[in-house]
Design a protein around this ligand. Structure first.
Ligand code: CA
Length: 536
């Protein structure tokens, strides 16, 4: 028996006071009453689009079931990712480590996630948990350590999606991806070994680009005016000169067909500037589905094109129109995610599982919903850096808690391990949230580290930073620029205070702590990952 296994059993026995070491395996199996974990994970779901967070869209975001989870458990105000991009965030979660340690630093990572490394899933499996991951995976290599998996290829599709099976084959399903992912998750729960605790990772594609709602939700926001952010027309003054070079603006970079859902046939010769993009979701639908889609978008597109061609719309009007189209589609996809959170929690109740099941709702990073004029993520500004984290643990978490503790996605692995009575390996960089969940500790740390390694995608440069409860500091090696923000005085991050005399001491301290934390996490030198960093 490996030392780690002996330790695991020892900790397990200690915590639960049961005789796992005795020879009667059957008894041990029956007495395994460790909590089940249901990890519901979406993609690109910003805090602003969860009503319980109380942000700009609190009145419009259709999230009653996620809000209910928050009421029955805890919702974390200061939850951050370690690297704001799909694949790397998932790798942070599985490994409990920063990107440079788990090796999956960017979505375009050549070999994919190294599945030979330690993950909490593997240890939980060895200790008696049965586990499944269903839905979006996005790590290029097949899941390991799970008893069952069924995943979307890459980003997956919204309509009539394909799922990769464990034997490598692909199965096309008819319907909407969020519904189908949930169907599969509940089916797995039904067929599981009911004597064992379980870990279910139910991972949605939504609300990721192309922001395509279930057809039944296309009309959800008809006649509704979605509130705009103050910075929709940000001019990027008083911050890095890299910001105006971005390629993630609603104004200049949304794709007319792909994102905004105007079919080429509907353009009627209108001189729309910018990229069209492929009609990937439209092409996947059958005739019946297309009929529903056309009945919704058709008349709205016709009206827009007429106004556009008639010169009735100023440039700002067009941005505003795009913003409304974007948000209605985005929030429409959120509606399905929320319905599915409700389906999962109802299933747990119906089957007598809710008392001993921990339910978590999170998403791989945040997203810009028009703030700074943007869609997408990447930049270490709040809207993308923050991840939702809502957790219900009956009998442990005080209902209605709103912890201020600074947490990160690298904390999930050690948290799940402790929940399962297991000890994480010493090289895991995250911290277990259990003491905070139990109310024993208010804070775990007073600073978090961030890294972004992509090579110019959307023209966002590599950058590295730290955030305390009040301040944020980050460094852009390409331009040797520092940016610093006072989040109390400038929560929208409109003015970098780096170099401002009145913050001299704060700045010196933050820079010192930045270098210290990079040493502590053993971050590589900028040059080590800069080989292909030079951009056009
Ligand atoms: Ca994502």
């Amino acid at each position: 028996m490996k030392l780690s296994s002996i330790l695991s059993v020892a900790v397990f026995s200690c915590v639960f006071g049961i005789g796992l070491l005795r020879s009667d395996a059957q008894d041990a199996k029956k007495s395994d009453e460790r909590p089940n974990i249901v990890f519901i994970f979406s993609d690109d779901h910003a805090l602003n689009a969860i009503s319980a967070y109380g942000g700009r869209l609190a009145g419009t975001a259709p999230t009653p079931h996620i809000d209910q989870l928050a009421k029955e458990g805890a919702i974390f105000n200061n939850s951050f990712c370690a690297n704001s991009i799909c694949g790397p965030s998932r790798a942070n979660i599985l490994s409990g480590k920063h990107s440079h340690k788990n090796g999956f630093m960017r979505n375009s990572e050549g070999k994919g996630f190294d599945q030979s490394q330690w993950t909490f899933v593997k240890d939980m499996g060895k200790s008696g948990y049965q586990s499944a991951v269903i839905g979006k995976w996005h790590l290029m290599t097949d899941p390991t350590g799970f008893d069952y998996w069924e995943i979307l290829p890459g980003q997956g599709n919204y309509y009539n999606p394909d799922f990769i099976q464990m034997d490598g084959s692909r199965k096309r399903e008819h319907g909407y991806v969020t519904d189908i992912t949930t169907d599969k998750a509940l089916k797995w729960l039904d067929g599981r070994d009911k004597e064992k605790p379980f870990l279910l990772m139910c991972q949605y594609k939504a609300p990721h680009r192309t922001f395509s709602p279930a057809l039944r939700h296309l009309n959800l926001f008809d006649g509704v005016n979605i509130p705009e952010p103050d910075s929709l027309f940000d001019n990027y003054e008083n911050r890095s000169g890299e910001l105006p070079k971005n390629e993630m603006e609603i104004d200049r970079h949304f794709w007319w067909v792909y994102d905004l859902k105007i079919r080429k046939e509907e353009m009627d010769g209108a001189k729309l500037t910018g990229t069209m993009g492929p009609p990937i979701e439209y092409k996947r639908m059958d005739a019946e589905q297309k009929k529903v889609w056309d009945a919704h978008y058709g008349p709205l597109n016709k009206e827009f094109i007429k106004d556009f061609k008639g010169g009735k719309l100023s440039d700002k009007d067009v941005v505003r129109w795009k913003y409304q189209r974007y948000m209605k589609n985005y929030l429409g996809t959120v509606k399905s995610v929320d319905e599915c959170v409700g389906r999962v929690t109802k299933y747990l109740e119906k089957n007598g599982l809710s008392k001993n099941t921990i339910v978590i709702y999170s998403s791989d990073q945040g997203f810009y919903l028009g703030e700074h004029g943007w869609y997408d993520k990447r930049w270490m500004f709040e809207e993308s850096f923050k991840m939702p984290f809502v957790i219900k643990w009956p009998g442990v978490i005080k209902p209605g808690s709103r912890p201020d503790a600074m947490i990160q996605n690298i904390d999930y692995a050690p948290t799940f391990m402790e929940m399962a009575g297991l000890k994480s390996p010493a090289d895991v960089q995250g911290l277990s949230l259990v003491p905070v969940l139990k109310g024993e500790k208010k804070d775990l740390r007073d600073i978090v580290y961030y890294s972004y390694y992509e090579l110019g995608v959307h023209r966002v440069p590599q950058h590295f930073g730290v955030r305390t409860k009040r301040y944020k500091l980050f460094y852009i090696p390409d331009t040797k620029e520092w940016q610093m923000f006072d989040l109390e005085k400038d929560p929208q991050e409109m003015r970098s205070i780096y170099g401002d005399e009145s913050y001299k001491e704060v700045q010196e301290d933050l820079v010192r702590r930045y270098h210290q934390i990079r040493k502590d996490v053993e971050a590589p030198s900028y040059e080590a990952h800069a080989a292909r960093r030079k951009r056009k």
